[in-house]
Design a binder for this molecule. Structure first.
Ligand SMILES: Cc1cc2nc3c(=O)[nH]c(=O)nc-3n(C[C@H](O)[C@H](O)[C@H](O)COP(=O)(O)O)c2cc1C
Length: 207
């Protein structure tokens, strides 16, 4: 496979009109990505505990002036790393739009009532699956996991599944957000927002 010969021509609009608040820029780009991409809300999330760094894809479930919210099992690898070092980095990649948004920030659990409300809005089978999965632990057999799921479906028939104690939401508060727009001839545009008090300073970076 000749990976070195693969070339993509990047192009896009001038991004100097992006708003002063980075969360508004992410909302604008997400709205366009939802039309252009399959899994537009998916982003790669990097977490760490001392010198152990890991990354995986999760789904953004809210963007606001407060930051970005995602949901997961707090007893997972990422949950344990966040409990140790509440500082994360993330990146959205929207290939059809030739765009990337990366961000860094501190992370805090969302209020239990917020997590309850989101958990209750998920499909019932997803709630059951969250109740039976001990995310990131070894699994003895997928047959056993499926049997546990079927048993839990029977146990919860006709009633709401309570949110597992370890399952919840996390809010990433943006310290830095960088918008990357591909441009012809590799002269890509990069706009970096860095939090300064209650506002963000903006600088342009070389490609
Ligand atoms: C498209 C996609 C979306 C995903 N969304 C989530 C999510 O929102 N929350 C989550 O906990 N895991 C999600 N996952 C699974 C994670 O990538 C990962 O396998 C899991 O959270 C365990 O990660 P950890 O062991 O590093 O904690 C998603 C995976 C993919 C490919």
């Amino acid at each position: 496979m000749d990976l070195a010969a693969i070339r993509t021509d990047y192009r896009g609009d001038d991004i100097s009109t992006l708003p002063a608040e980075p969360h508004r820029g992410i909302e604008l780009w997400l709205a366009e990505a939802l039309q252009a991409e399959k899994d537009a809300t998916a982003f790669s999330l990097a977490t760490r505990r001392q010198d152990q760094i890991s990354v995986r894809v999760v789904l953004a479930k809210d963007i606001s002036a407060a930051g970005l919210t995602f949901y997961t099992n707090g007893a997972s690898l990422k949950g344990n790393q966040i409990a140790d070092t509440p500082s994360v980095a993330g990146v959205f990649f929207w290939p059809n739009l030739h765009r990337q948004v990366r961000f860094e920030g501190s992370v805090t659990p969302v209020a239990a009532a917020v997590a309850d409300e989101y958990f209750a809005s998920r499909p019932w089978e997803s709630q059951v699956a969250a109740a039976v999965s001990q995310q990131s632990r070894p699994v003895a057999s997928y047959d056993k996991l499926r049997a546990d799921f079927e048993q839990a479906k029977k146990d919860f028939t006709g009633r709401a599944v309570p949110r597992p104690a370890t399952w919840g939401g996390y809010l990433v508060s943006f310290e830095k957000v960088e918008f990357w727009q591909g441009q012809p001839n590799r002269l890509h545009q990069r706009l970096l927002y860095t939090r300064k008090g209650s506002a963000y300073e903006r600088i342009w970076l070389q490609p």
